[in-house]
Design a protein around this ligand. Structure first.
Ligand code: SF4
Length: 444
């Protein structure tokens, strides 16, 4: 198998697109090339997705297998990637002959961190705790186990301490620090396809009770930290859009989610586009503070621009205001208003908020990073609340109170409070937060 012509279409593929949509797809392919690849089921001998792109790209375009199920797979699913089109200042027509593509060899480093790859056995978790945070209805997926970014407050290291992926890295590289490595799951998209289908290739999650259920990505890594990860996320989303009736919630600290939207939009027009909800996360609008405690992430202003682009182009969006620090000047109402304006909260379906939480030595790392970045007053405020339980509770309550005031009476499309404020509670504080549930408090 070496050309697109060898990838037989599935005769039962129900998707049809309008002439206008096909023209838009043709333009997009000419402008961006093929970002998403083709998923092919070897056993059935048919494409799983990407029929419209196949119809537009030249049948002689060469393809190579970029990912293959490594462990014997019951479905015979392989992931094929077609060549990119050549572009010239975004204006070149599709070339008659495409270069064979290549899954671009996996990058050896990301943000200066070595990339470790582990075989993907499972990337989908059907019963995650993220349902309790209302980020999904249970399912989450992740294509990695350690992020390309390095935020000082990140909770993932704590979750992964005993994980075999991380243990394998330490065995290979004793003394490695979790925040200094990237761990990717090789063959992740194929593993995802396998988890979404029965052994005979029928999709598992197509019944009526699956319609509109939300899957969240990612609980462990950023889904769009660079273009290689964007490409992987596009492929994962296309598999989910094709093989399930779920909606997808994506969260990123990058400014590349529009690339995900464009990559998916080029193939799956209309209703499928409305099945993805995009969010960018930040707990501050101060670029210096963000730079101090988030290593490798784009400027907050760039992230916000990308969110606005998605909103301006009709995509579904949500807000993620976290982690927000204690404010030395204490003006939480002003903070809540500024954040709501920055994310254009009126265009977001829901808005999550959370104060910074202590996990492992993340608090020390964050205080140190703020001091090193010259934000001594913020570091002092954080030290104060992290060593005084009452001060901590006051900080959480006033932060919540300011957001609750800002979103008072507002609801999301589900009719529930627009604000979703995540708060860890204790025996002593539970009652106060419980009484605020109608205003958007979510007790953890
Ligand atoms: S972007 Fe998220 S997952 Fe990645 S390091 Fe930062 S907090 Fe952790």
């Amino acid at each position: 198998m070496s050309t697109l012509a060898d990838l037989a279409a599935n005769p039962r593929n129900p998707r049809k697109i309008s002439v206008a949509a096909r023209d838009a797809l043709r333009k997009s392919l000419a402008e961006f090339g093929d970002l998403s690849g083709f998923i092919f089921n070897r056993r059935s001998g048919h494409l799983v997705g990407a029929h419209q792109r196949k119809a537009i790209l030249p049948p002689t375009a060469e393809v190579v297998i970029s990912e293959r199920v490594e462990i014997a797979d019951s479905l015979g699913t392989e992931l094929m990637v077609a060549a990119k089109t050549k572009t010239n200042n975004h204006k070149t027509m599709i070339q008659p002959e495409l270069l064979p593509l290549s899954n671009p060899a996996s990058r050896a480093t990301m943000n200066g961190k070595p990339v470790h790859e582990v075989p993907a056995k499972s990337v989908l978790n059907l019963e995650s705790g993220f349902a309790h945070k209302l980020l999904c209805d249970g399912p989450t997926f992740t294509m990695g186990s350690a992020c390309a970014y390095s935020c000082t407050f990140c909770y993932v290291e704590d979750l992964m301490r005993k994980n075999p992926h991380w243990q394998g890295v330490i065995a290979e590289q004793p003394g490695a620090k979790f925040e200094d490595v990237v761990i990717r799951r090789r063959g992740g998209v194929a593993a995802l396809c396998a988890q979404l289908t029965y052994a005979d290739g029928r999709p598992r999650f197509m019944d009526d009770d699956q319609a509109g259920r939300v899957v969240y990505a990612s609980p462990l890594v950023d889904v769009a930290a660079n273009l290689e990860l964007v490409r992987e996320t596009i492929q994962a989303c296309e598999a989910i859009l094709t093989l399930t009736r779920w909606d997808i919630r994506l969260l990123s600290k990058s400014n590349l989610l529009p690339k995900v939207a464009q990559g998916i939009a080029s193939e799956l027009q209309g209703a499928a586009q409305r099945r993805i909800i995009y969010g960018v996360s930040t707990g501050t609008l101060d670029p210096g503070i963000a730079r101090a405690f988030e290593r490798g992430t784009p400027l907050v202003s760039k992230r916000l621009e990308s969110l606005h682009w998605l909103q301006d182009h009709g995509y579904r969006t949500y807000g993620m205001l976290c982690p927000s620090l204690p404010l030395p000047d204490g003006d939480y109402e002003e903070f809540a208003e500024a954040m709501a304006t920055a994310i254009r909260a009126d265009l977001c379906e829901h808005v999550w908020g959370e104060v910074i939480n202590v996990r492992g030595d993340s608090m020390t790392r964050t205080v140190d990073a703020l001091n090193a970045g010259g934000f001594r007053r913020h570091a002092q405020s954080l030290t104060l609340v992290s060593t005084d339980k009452e001060a901590w509770e006051t900080y959480a309550q006033v932060t919540f109170g300011a957001h609750a005031h800002r979103y008072s009476g507002q609801t999301g499309p589900d009719g529930k409070p627009k604000l979703r404020f995540l708060q860890y509670v204790t025996k002593n504080t539970r009652a106060w937060w419980k009484s605020r549930e109608p205003d958007g408090a979510i007790l953890l």
